[in-house]
Design a protein around this ligand. Structure first.
Ligand code: ADE
Length: 236
């Protein structure tokens, strides 16, 4: 799967995604991150890509042309499909969730245009963006962190990216519930003992305990998810 990230801060993206599980996935060729600097498509010597806003107001705006040229560069050089999905990271978007991550993970190419605190000329957004995506109801200084969040969440769904130990099966949101609590050695830490059922070796009981803990935890921490799960799956 290919992620094409259009940004004014390429180093920020490269540094982050080159580490840990995404870094290993890149090395193995399971995912590919193509980070494109929008500034490389400025049509002036000083490489500026912003200008004053029509109608007045504080601040500058990223111009349509360099964004469009960076997009066309990606389309012409890398993409098989004519119109791959283009995600624009913005607090005005649909709030990102696991279902969206799953949907995006089915694409071969995903272009992510990082939003910017200054804003981008609306015309190029109208022309190229297919999905406006927010990572939550708060405002960041730019779209780079949201882009990395999206790449991370989508990558781990690409087959082979997670090893069997890190398998995505029993995890929060896999079946709509939060994950049960987990423990490792020692059996006792500061007077707190590991729940005895986990030491029993009785797999059926362990499974039932974990499911029950997932339900309790979800009800307590995310009543919205709990209600949804109960209405779709089982009665209490
Ligand atoms: N850019 C600034 N804030 C953002 C957010 N919450 N989600 C996505 N992009 C953003």
């Amino acid at each position: 799967m290919n992620f094409h990230i259009l940004t004014l801060f390429p180093e920020m993206i490269k540094g982050c995604l080159g580490e840990s599980i995404t870094g290993r996935a890149i090395e193995k060729g399971l995912i590919n991150t193509n980070v494109v600097n929008i500034r490389d498509f400025a049509n002036n010597k000083s490489r500026h890509v912003d200008d004053y806003t029509y109608g007045g107001g504080a601040g500058m705006l990223i111009q349509a042309e360099p964004v469009y040229q960076s997009y066309m560069h990606v389309i012409e050089k890398y993409c098989k499909r004519d119109r791959p999905r283009v995600i624009y990271t913005t607090p005005q978007g649909r709030v990102f969730n696991q279902d969206m991550a799953r949907e995006f993970s089915e694409e071969e190419d995903l272009i992510i245009l990082c939003g910017h605190y200054e804003g981008i000329d609306e015309r190029v957004l109208e022309l190229i963006v297919t999905d406006n995506v927010s990572i939550g109801d708060f405002v960041l200084t730019g779209g780079e962190l949201p882009a990395m969040v999206i790449v991370d969440a989508v990558s781990r769904l690409v087959p082979g990216v997670l090893g069997s130990d890190e398998s995505a099966v029993y995890e929060s949101f896999y079946d709509g519930l939060l994950e049960y609590p987990q423990y490792t050695r020692p059996e006792e830490f500061m007077g707190m003992k590991v729940p005895p059922v986990l030491l029993s070796g009785h797999h059926k009981n362990i499974e039932a305990w974990r499911h029950e803990q997932s339900l309790i935890r979800t009800k307590e921490r995310r009543p919205d998810l709990y209600e949804k799960y109960m209405s779709e799956n089982e009665k209490e």
